[in-house]
Design a binder for this molecule. Structure first.
Ligand SMILES: C[S@@+](CC[C@H](N)C(=O)[O-])C[C@H]1O[C@@H](n2cnc3c(N)ncnc32)[C@H](O)[C@@H]1O
Length: 266
């Protein structure tokens, strides 16, 4: 059995849907299995804008990286990086400056294996298999320590990941632990799904993901803003993802179910 012609990495339970693979399916990727596609279909049935929301979140990630580059950031820590797809962080960053360094972190075996594959021969990018809810383990991992220079500003990306972290794991404290490790001048990008605008549809999405590897916990605006505590939000603050620094010339932007923002550690 293979995913898109590649061997299935060891430890993958193809019957247990995962966020990385459902998201990959929503984005039109091929690194997913029947169980992931079945959940993806359920999500689309209750949230017909599902593919658009995934694409819009991904577009926010790329805009945030480009923004960070304009602010002088040349090294990135991407937590919950997912299965590589077109316009990955290292591609966007290294297109602008081939010397940019990128560390991807994910706990999904398919995401990690595929990242390893596409990063072969790239001396300035690597992937770490780790749980982002254990900041100390992530921050002290040899790849993070070797690849990133903690005396210079870092771009920390936490895009579409904290809605997989339940309240009892204390998401604000997790963010605070990463924030504490960042040098001043670092930038943090975060996006998060919400049920504020479509509570019934999003409750059905929660239900569809309930028995997956990654149950979901959508949060209201104030709780998403609180994840940026201790950081200085850059304009326009936390807004619906498509409204955050839209590409020039794009008009009539509709808000969606993802809140997004970028903030600076001062
Ligand atoms: C929706 S995808 C987002 C991918 C990418 N950040 C983006 O926005 O395009 C969420 C990713 O977070 C990963 N993830 C969720 N919880 C995680 C955890 N506790 N530790 C590491 N990765 C996690 C999933 O495996 C998945 O790849």
């Amino acid at each position: 059995m293979s995913v898109a012609g590649e061997r299935i990495p060891e430890g993958v339970d193809v019957r247990l849907p995962s966020a990385a693979r459902v998201y990959d399916w929503l984005l039109g990727g091929s690194h997913n299995f029947d169980a992931d596609r079945a959940v993806g279909e359920k999500v689309m049935a209750v949230l017909p804008s599902g593919r658009q929301v995934a694409a819009s979140n991904r577009a926010f990630l790329r805009r945030a990286v480009r923004y960070m580059i304009t602010q002088g950031i040349t090294q990135f820590l991407d937590l919950g990086s997912g299965i590589p797809t077109v316009g990955n962080v290292h591609e966007v960053a290294q297109n602008a400056d081939p010397g940019c360094r990128v560390v991807y972190v994910d706990y999904d075996e398919v995401a990690v294996a595929h990242s390893r594959l596409i990063l072969e021969g790239n001396p300035n990018a690597t992937v770490v298999a780790a749980d982002l809810c254990r900041p100390r383990a992530v921050l002290t991992s040899p790849d993070v320590q070797t690849m990133l220079d903690f005396s210079r500003p870092i771009g920390l990306l936490m895009v579409a990941v904290f809605h997989f972290v339940p309240d009892d794991l204390r998401p604000r404290e997790i963010v605070a632990d990463y924030r504490a490790a960042l040098p001043p001048g670092s930038l943090v990008a975060l996006s998060h799904l919400t049920a504020d605008h479509a509570p019934r549809a999003m409750a059905a999405v929660t239900e569809a993901m309930k028995n997956s590897r990654d149950p979901m916990y959508f949060r209201p605006y104030a709780e998403v803003v609180a994840l940026f505590d201790g950081l200085q939000l850059v304009g326009p603050g936390v807004v619906s993802a498509p409204l955050w620094h839209p590409e020039p010339g794009i008009r009539d932007i509709e808000p969606d179910d993802v809140y997004a923002g970028v903030a600076r550690k001062t």
